[in-house]
Design a protein around this ligand. Sequence first.
Ligand SMILES: *Cc1c(COP(=O)(O)O)cnc(C)c1O
Length: 454
Amino acid sequence: MPQYKYVLEEKDVPTQWYNVLADMKTPPPPYRHPATLELLGPDDLAPVFPMALIEQEVSQERWIDIPDEVQDVLKMWRPTPLYRAARWEKALDTPAKIYYKWEGVSPPGSHKPNTAVAQCYYAKEEGLEGFATETGAGQWGSALCFATQLFGLKCKVFMVTISYHQKPYRRIAMETWGGNVVPSPSSETKAGRDILEKDPETTGSLGIAISEAIEYAVTHDGWKYSLGSVVNFVLLHQTVEGLEARKQMEMAGDYPDIIIGCAGGGSNAAGLIYPFLKDKLDGTKPDLRAIFVESTACPSMTKGIYAYDWGDTAKTGPVCMMHTVGHSFIPAPVHAGGLRYHGMAPSICALLDQGIVEARAYHQNAVFEAAESFARAEGFIVAPETAHAVRAVYDEALACKESGEPKVILFNNSGHGHFDLAAYDAYHRKELPDYELDQVAIDRALAELPKVPA
Ligand SMILES: *Cc1c(COP(=O)(O)O)cnc(C)c1O
């Protein structure tokens, strides 16, 4: 019988985050100002983010200390377990050894509080009163509401109107954790009022919600804006996953040949992958493969271009170099709401452009087929986002069956799907569309990219 799970003790919660930028030969190029397109300075970001996070964003230090108070909160659910998917291996009849890091044990049910907690600590240190943010289906909003109240901060969440009405459960969770949730567009900001005036029946979008959250933060004393993915400091905070997993893989006596994660903005995947990728960047493990998996509905890495683009639809956030399908591209309403971001974390894009990591995309039905196979063997019903990673593992495991190679595959099981069962239901009823990508829409969005001076 194989050992099924590898569990660390509270004292094994990492005391430092790993900063991949320190080990990249060519780090991603610097951000540009959203209006002038000139190089962006720390002062430009100061009204938006806490200063400590702006410093982390541009830090070249390899290791950054995790404050004791942050470690203390992380210990509520960390270290998270690493599982060997032995029953799934058997079901797939593969010689591959499959491991997964299980992030669904956090109170909000995903990896997202790993950064929410750190951001709230620095906000509290800076004497802030609260954070404003946006949320689509509510995963990020619930992680931030959970974290803000632990640090005595307020949380204002602009939730895309259609999700506010269609997906009430995460809203109720956010309110239970003390958050103030309003449907976006709202009448509380100028950005929201302008949209409502033109189109009172609008169902909203993430881009509008971002504009409202940023406006709310910069127009309220003591408030700043919090972001749940994409930027360097968020990926940095997520490296607790990979740092723990390294110890757990050591306990298992294995080292991964392939590491896989799903990628919306890229934070959960990078959090697991970067601490291992360090070995590839320094030449110790040249053959290590890292795969970032996205949705065919929003294929920034597999169909987008590597260019400067605005981080948000409203063009209020920094302009960064990334694989993008264009800030104005509106993806089809797939169930993996967390994978509908038009761009990707700049560090991942630089690594992809340099051929150090890989990317692939899947349709919804393929994704749920694999997630169901996983659930029947391992029990866990994963989030629709996570299911993309599960599909890539499934394909790699079947490739091993074909070739007879006993490869070691590690993936990030980023969260549970208990609030997303309607998506599984749609899959069972064969009502899940596989969206054929509208290349014309992508081309139209790409035509609106900023013209950044060389
Ligand atoms: C939000 C979310 C994602 C996608 O976000 P990343 O920043 O790419 O990690 C993936 N999985 C789950 C469970 C999520 O909630």
